[in-house]
Design a protein around this ligand. Sequence first.
Ligand code: HEM
Length: 285
Amino acid sequence: MGFLEWATSPWGQKVPIHIAWFLIWVSLIAGLLFLIVHAIYVRFFAKKKEFAGEIPPGLRGRLPERVARHSLAARLFHWIMAAAMFTLLFTAFLPKVGIRFDWVTYHWIAGIVLTASIIFHIVHASFFLDFWSIWPDRIDLEDSGKRMARFFGRPASPPHRSGKYPLDNKMYHLVIVLCGLAVTLTGVFMMFRVRTGILPRNPYLFSDMTWGLMYVLHGLAGVGLIALVIVHVYFALRPEKLAITYSMIFGTMSRDFYLDEHDPERWVIKTEPSSGNRPGVANAD
Ligand code: HEM
């Protein structure tokens, strides 16, 4: 049983043509196993969270009741990207598991929507949001060492509260960036293989081997996204994360959730009336 499917080119060269489709099931099962194991761990074994440092006295009173977390632009990007992602996953993989329909056109149109939304997101995050808030920093790495030590029963001080994004969100983002870039970069080139009416069809743009490897990378990143999307939806629906999901719909989270989970020095909320906030809501990136 190989991980790739192969063919012989007109010149007699053995070339990969795409991944073996049983990997769809591997990814699906891996995603479901992760959530089962995680849910059991949280329910029966996880200890109560403990954090280093106290909330500065008086801060609670100076914060608005609702803290803004995601601007309208950031939320629109998220939901457009999510719709494109689900369309891509279903159009790509349903035909492979026996549900036949004319999928290619829906697929590349959703692919263009995803690519455009990612380009928008890169510009928006680089110039209008706090770019560094989503990348792991020194405190995250030190804290993950402490968490690991405490998990194995070794002495270590409690970790800090997180900045705007906890380390697990940051790591997830990193992996989704890699898979997202892999599917979009290969996908745009693969559009030259099909009739789109937008790009001239040119199957001779690359050698058979390069095309084959491109299809393999597209497929590998694509099946990886099955597990990643399952895990993402699972966390979004977990009771202790609903406040974050709510903020991705309505934009804000409660002051109590902010203070329980976030370090006000690592995710600073501006509260001055001069910042143009609506009364009672601090501004979001
Ligand atoms: C969640 C993201 C995506 C997934 C899971 C995914 C998955 C797949 C899979 C499994 C195939 C079949 C490949 C094969 O037969 O070896 C495929 C084909 C294709 N994908 Fe994607 N894809 C994604 C994103 C994209 C994007 C962003 C684009 C375009 C910008 C794109 C464009 C295409 C095209 C044009 C084909 C058809 C190639 C052909 O039939 O020759 N895909 N995709």
